[in-house]
Design a protein. Sequence first.
Length: 175
Amino acid sequence: MNQTKQSKTKQIALGGVLAALAVVILLLGGVIPIGTYLAPMLASLPLIVLLTELPRGLCLGWYAVVAILGATLCPDKETAFVFVFLGWYPVARPALDRLPRLLRIAAKLLVFNLAVAALYALLILVFRLEALVNEAKETGLALLLGLLAMGNGTFLLYDLLLKRLTFVYEKKRKK
């Protein structure tokens, strides 16, 4: 087997193993209440490795496969669709990181808030998840805005985690 075929085989195997890991993480997301938001973040972390090892197009293909499998197999649809709407972020992050600091932060928060708005619009209007509607009615506007603010803060921490884990992975890889 020549070097190119062996390299492609290794890339496919790596992508397959990490996709299986991501789907299992999504499946476990419904077990713990905080898993609804934590599992999609953890499931997207393999993209750190994949972005270093594979072309960007294959990383987007990996994301699409995991998103489809998660949406079809995951019993907690909210967890699955959080990944569908935000799991691609590690692929887009390097492009956003080229912006000046304040514009970069504003763009990242805009991406997050648009994705969250589209996610919950889909879950409520298309999938008719009445539990989310009832929860929103009981919670009240002030608490919902507080949750959105906490979500923005968590997203910025997630972005920082991605940056630092990417740095660590690339440093270890060079050794």
